[in-house]
Structure formats: C-alpha cells, structure tokens
Ligand binder design. Structure first.
Ligand code: CA2
Length: 148
C-alpha cells in the first residue's frame, strides 16, 4: 500500500520560525516519524512539499493509479483553494486533511476549509501527532485497489 503525504506552503519553515505557534519540530522530524510509523504499519510513505498551488494540484493528479490514499496539510491553501479541492475530488483517492493547529480555535478566516468537503475526514490540533493520526486514518481508508 502506498500513501502520499502532501505538505503545503510555508510548512518547510517548521522549527525555524514562529515556534510559539507551530512548535520546535521540523518538517524532516515529522516525515521521519511518519516513515517509522509507515514501516510499523507495513505501508510505503512518500513525501512532497510545495509553496506553489499548481505544483500541489499536479502532484495530486499524478497520484492517480500510484497511491492508495493521500494525507494532506494544505497550509493556507486550506482556506482559499478551489483548485486543490477539485484536484482531490477528481482523483477519487481517499484523502485525509490534517493540521498541526486546531484551526477552529484560531482566526475566523481559518475556520473554513475548502478541502474538508472532499476529504474523508480531518484531524487538527494535535501538533505533529496530527500527521501520525492522519496516516493511521489514511491506511484505514485506503481501498482494496492496493498499489504494491
Ligand atoms: O495548523 C496547520 O497545520 C495549518 O495548516 C498551518 C498553516 C495555516 O495557514 C493553516 O491555517 C493551519 C500555516 C503553515 C505555516 O507554517 C509555518 C511554520 C513556521 C513558521 C511560519 C509558518
């Protein structure tokens, strides 16, 4: 089983800026923990980060026929991107939306997600553990059409 993890804009800055909001862990720390959990669960986990909406759309389109499920933290595009929503919806790949922070406890503009309506579910607010919970959820949601 193959799982794609997509990290959106500015998440490459984790651990380097604003630790009071997003913590001290880096994106590499998160990816390492996910890789370890993937080994435990017996699934292949691949990672992609981009600061560009179009590149994220492209990667999601290319996931068709390759990946069984997607874990995505769309970053700020969560609150703006119809293009990402359409990409997820058109691939039909089960997608779990995740956020480090609890977006419902923050500014009003973060309370709306364009992604949640096409995701199988959303996990938010557990810091880096959100990603690990999302990976478990994605493995559970991945269909029978497993890519070996
Ligand atoms: O809580 C999350 O995971 C977010 O997706 C993070 C996004 C934010 O726009 C969403 O509303 C919620 C922001 C990611 C930016 O990450 C940074 C990391 C370090 C320093 C600055 C930004």
């Amino acid at each position: 089983m193959k799982i794609l993890v997509v990290h959106g804009p500015n998440l490459n800055l984790l651990g380097k800026r604003e630790p009071e909001i997003y913590g001290n862990f880096t994106l590499d720390d998160i990816n390492s923990k996910m890789r370890e959990l993937g080994q435990e669960l017996g699934v292949d986990v691949s990672f992609f980060q981009s600061n560009h909406e179009g590149e994220m759309v492209q990667k999601i389109q290319e996931a068709m026929g390759v990946f069984d499920a997607i874990v995505i933290n769309p970053g700020a595009y969560t609150h703006t991107s119809v293009a990402l929503r359409d990409a997820i919806s058109s691939t039909g790949i089960p997608t779990v939306e995740t956020h480090i922070s609890n977006i419902y406890r923050r500014e009003e503009f973060r309370k709306h997600s364009y992604i949640s309506g096409v995701a199988v579910g959303q996990i938010a607010g557990f810091g880096p553990d959100s990603y690990l919970l999302a990976l478990r959820a994605a493995v559970g949601q991945a269909g029978d059409g497993r890519k070996k």
